[in-house]
Design a protein around this ligand. Structure first.
Ligand code: SF4
Ligand code: SF4
Length: 117
């Protein structure tokens, strides 16, 4: 018997796959944790002194291969990315923007993130 439903936060939709996505979640701000070991040149210090994945002007994380839409640091990707469930609630909410005009996709302005020296 199923213990979750589409209305549950814990529900994982088995129909969802990254192969039909445009790496929506790789446009979100990714905050690094202490045990992450991402190459430093791919990160920035945010205005609060935290370390985040750097993003380019197209909005995507710098570590995303723009041709394949695959993560180029998959084995060293941050914990936040590892814990992001394909088909989970956050994933489904991001995918809901797939058919929307790019302007409505919520992005953290790059201007709010300072480059590391
Ligand atoms: S985890 Fe979800 S939002 Fe991220 S690329 Fe895969 S399907 Fe898209
Ligand atoms: S590190 Fe990889 S999985 Fe995480 S946001 Fe960047 S490209 Fe996506």
């Amino acid at each position: 018997m199923s213990t979750s439903s589409p209305s549950d936060d814990a529900f994982i939709d088995p129909q969802v796959t990254c192969s039909t996505c445009r790496a929506c979640c790789c446009q979100l701000e990714v905050i690094l944790m202490g045990d992450d070991s991402v190459p430093r040149h791919l990160t920035l210090e945010d205005e609060w002194g935290g370390e985040v994945m750097r993003r380019l002007e197209d909005g995507w994380c710098v570590a995303l291969d723009r041709d394949t839409l695959l993560c180029t640091i998959y084995e060293r990707r941050p914990g936040v990315c590892r814990e992001y469930d394909m088909g989970g609630l956050a994933c489904r909410e991001e995918r809901a923007h797939l058919d929307a005009p790019p302007a409505v996709i919520p992005l953290v302005p790059l201007a709010s993130i300072a480059l590391k020296p």
